[in-house]
Ligand binder design. Structure first.
Ligand code: GLA
Length: 742
């Protein structure tokens, strides 16, 4: 909810009244209240003065807001700009046409608008006191969601170009104290790892420069725990997620003031931007949230908003699929595809996805050195084409999906042979090539390339409307700085124009094909970002499918992203990335905590393994809405090294919950903590049922009923091992419990 407070003449400080919208007639001071159901962000907009930040935290009453408006101790600029206080970090800096490098912004107006999605945007307009340059700061809220999206727009009202050197989306001052930063870092095969550390003096920078895969090595989402070491289910936590598909930079400057100064936006390195006269530069939104229920509370806020507003089909449960990659890699053929389809259908799966290796007529895609760009079926491998595969899928009663990598080409491809001018490449230099020694990135700034990328999807989906799912991959960095399309004096726009071109193309695809499910894969988890998710339904968390390492990666990813987007597949043992042999039960129990799928050659599985998967798929269907659409409560972190990890999902009605517990270390007579549950209704009684059971005897609490209060204070005792025949014993143990309100 946004309460805009009526203007009144200023005598000293701020005048404040509840009421109607401001009409910009005379000098005024207004406290702008941007509220969600349980948070408040307050600004002080005084005409002719810099916009001030007053407060961000739990919800304030109107009386408290009035007090805040008049009793703010330290005036803090809501969006610091460069030039007149040049010793501080800033959100925006520009070069005016006459060479002046300063900004001096003052509030000129406030407005609100409503979106078709029920959102409300409050905009505070500021103009430079001398130059024809404006900054609009925007704050969007949605009814019922705890997120405030903030972004800045730079407006050039002059007659000549203004060069934007720095253009953060938003700034937030966080009171200096015992503040811990939680961030995600990693690399290929090791995405989404959690790092937590106190904020110390100096500058902490989290950034990405890959150009395309912006979440492998670092994430553009962070949490600030305000009460010391981060806790999952209590304590005050601010969450922030920059929603951008390209390069970003988050800065936290802890200086001599009483604040940690947090800035987030596009990474401006090598990307200064000439803003032509009369034009507006819109920065990507920073989604902010606040919770007093610890990090899990912040996660729930992000997940709900994400499902409601930032993820394609965010509130629809996903199909259970088999992806062909780890099963056959490039070795695609009709018989093999038919066998995999029959196998996944027989286990209760709902979708088969044919991965890489199906295309290329002149240059055959038998490995990763060729054919990206040539999206025609390799009829040597698939004589009946995609139509044949779709018929086969229908015969098996499942849907069909396909892998593409549309933003890329290989220098060994018909596309490159015909159009070398379509790739990103710097002038007078040979292009550096990536995967397979031949992969290069198409120039998405070029409208002709945008048409090509659109037509790749359009050709497939218009000819085969039965294609239900696309795995959209992106396996290269932008290594070569250079657009062959952009003029010489706009080369620094390349990174930004790439993402504008991509977004435009995705808009066209979604306008024509709103229903197709699209996975964002980028060498695994390279595109876990709310900047890409409006067009995508899910992410491939990692190319690493090792269940134990997935416990860590999915734990991290869940900080910001809901299970409905976390593709999590049962794969072979030994694992193809870690070579670790993990029993099938554990692999299933980990995969079931996300969007369950399989990434395996079923013909290499025994009948009893298939039977276990069949049972798991059947049981997953029961808990799928709880896991994919429920509220997460992380309980015991694998990063705490207590020997086990545990989390649960609870329906919003609190009538059902799915509890997951995985042992992460194995020692004889190990003492593991007993995990108290969370998120249940203390007054309700829940009956416990174990899923994926392999033990000879049921657990002592099987079928028993406990109060939510008991479960949240005591939890249930998880045995160290599984009660199975001696030759089946191993070092792993895991449990999945379904709790149903009686
Ligand atoms: C990337 C993806 C994999 C797979 C291969 C195919 O590495 O992350 O899942 O699709 O490409 O080449």
């Amino acid at each position: 909810m946004i309460r805009t407070l009526k203007s009144a003449p200023i005598i000293a400080g701020c005048a404040l009244m509840s009421g109607v919208l401001f009409a910009p007639t005379s000098a005024y001071a207004k406290v702008i209240d941007i509220s969600t159901p349980s948070t408040t962000l307050l600004l002080n907009a005084t005409e002719g003065e810099p916009l001030q930040f007053l407060y961000y935290g739990n919800k304030l009453s109107p009386d408290e807001i009035a007090t805040m408006g008049t009793a703010s101790m330290t005036p803090l600029t809501a969006y610091p700009v460069y030039g007149l206080t040049s010793h501080s970090e800033t959100a925006m800096s520009v070069k005016h046409p006459d060479g002046n490098m300063t900004l001096d912004m003052a509030v000129t107006g406030i407005s609100t608008s409503s979106g078709a999605d029920g959102s409300t945007v409050t905009t505070i307009a500021m103009n430079d006191r001398h130059y024809p340059f404006g900054i609009d700061l925007n704050y969007r809220t949605y009814p019922g969601d705890e997120i405030i999206e903030c972004w800045a727009e730079a407006v050039n009202n002059g007659k000549r170009d203004v060069v934007l050197e720095q253009f953060s989306s938003a700034y937030l001052p966080i009171r200096y104290g015992d503040v811990y930063l939680t961030s995600l870092y990693g690399s290929w095969g090791n995405e989404g790892k959690v790092e937590e550390a106190p904020l110390t003096h100096g500058m902490k920078v989290i950034k990405n420069k890959d150009g395309i895969r912006n979440s492998h090595t670092a994430h553009s989402e962070v949490m600030f725990s305000l009460d010391g070491k981060p806790q999952e289910n209590h304590g005050r936590v601010i969450g922030a997620a920059l929603c951008y598909s390209g390069n970003y930079r988050l800065r936290i400057d802890t200086d001599e003031s009483n604040y940690h100064h947090f800035f987030a936006g596009i990474n401006e390195d090598n990307a200064s931007y000439s803003l032509p006269k009369g034009e507006r530069f819109v920065t990507p939104p920073l989604a902010l949230t606040y919770s007093e229920e610890g990090k899990s509370g912040v996660s729930r806020n992000f997940h709900r908003w994400g499902r409601n507003h930032r993820i394609a089909h965010g509130n629809d449960v996903r199909k259970i699929l088999l992806n062909s990659w780890e099963g056959v890699y490039f070795d695609i053929n009709e018989e093999g595809m038919a066998q995999m389809m029959a196998d996944i259908a027989s286990m209760g799966g709902e979708l088969f996805v044919m991965d890489d290796g199906w295309f290329g007529q002149k240059h055959h895609r038998d490995n990763d050195t060729r054919a990206l760009g040539d999206w025609t079926v390799d009829t040597r491998k698939l004589p009946s084409g995609i139509g044949g595969l779709i018929s086969e899928a229908k015969k098996n009663g499942i849907s069909f999906g396909i892998w593409i990598e549309p933003e890329m080409t290989n220098t060994v491809s018909e596309l490159y042979e015909k159009h070398p001018e379509y790739i990103l490449k710097s002038s007078n230099r040979e292009p550096r090539q990536g995967r397979g020694g031949t992969q290069v990135v198409l120039d998405m700034a070029n409208p002709k390339v945008q048409d090509i990328v659109f037509s790749i999807v359009d050709t497939l989906l218009s000819k085969y409307p039965e294609i239900a799912y696309i795995k959209w991959d992106a396996n290269a960095a932008i290594m070569n700085h250079g657009s062959q399309y952009l003029p010489d004096d706009k080369q620094s726009h390349m990174m930004i124009e790439y993402h504008r071109g991509l977004t435009k193309t995705l808009d066209r695809i979604r306008a024509k094909y709103p229903d197709v499910i699209i996975q964002a894969c980028a060498s695994g988890g390279g595109r876990a970002n709310y900047g890409i998710l409006p067009w995508f339904d899910e992410i491939w968390v990692s190319d690493n499918t090792d269940a134990l390492q997935r416990v860590y990666m999915q734990w991290g990813t869940s900080h910001f992203f809901p299970a409905v987007i976390m593709a999590s597949h049962i794969s072979a043992a030994p694992n193809h990335q870690t070579f670790r042999s993990i029993p099938l039960k554990y692999r299933i129990d980990v995969a079931m905590s996300g969007r369950l799928g399989m990434e395996i050659q079923p013909k290499n599985m025994t009948e009893s393994e298939k039977a276990l998967c069949r049972k798991a798929i059947e049981e997953y269907k029961e808990i799928r809405p709880i896991v994919q659409l429920g509220d997460i409560y992380r309980l015991l972190s694998p990063y705490d090294k207590k020997g086990a990890a545990s989390l649960m999902y609870v329906t919003p009605e609190k009538d059902k919950a799915a509890f997951f517990w995985w042992k992460t270390e194995s020692f004889v007579n190990q003492q593991l903590p007993r995990v108290a549950m969370a998120g249940l209704d203390p007054e309700a009684s829940y009956t416990v049922r174990e899923l994926n059971r392999i033990d000879r005897r049921p657990l002592p609490f099987e079928g028993k009923t406990y109060s939510g209060r008991y479960l949240m204070s005591n939890g249930l005792e998880m045995p160290l091992d599984h009660n199975v025949d001696h030759d089946k014993r191993n070092e792993y143990a895991s449990r999945v419990l379904l709790l149903e309100k009686k």
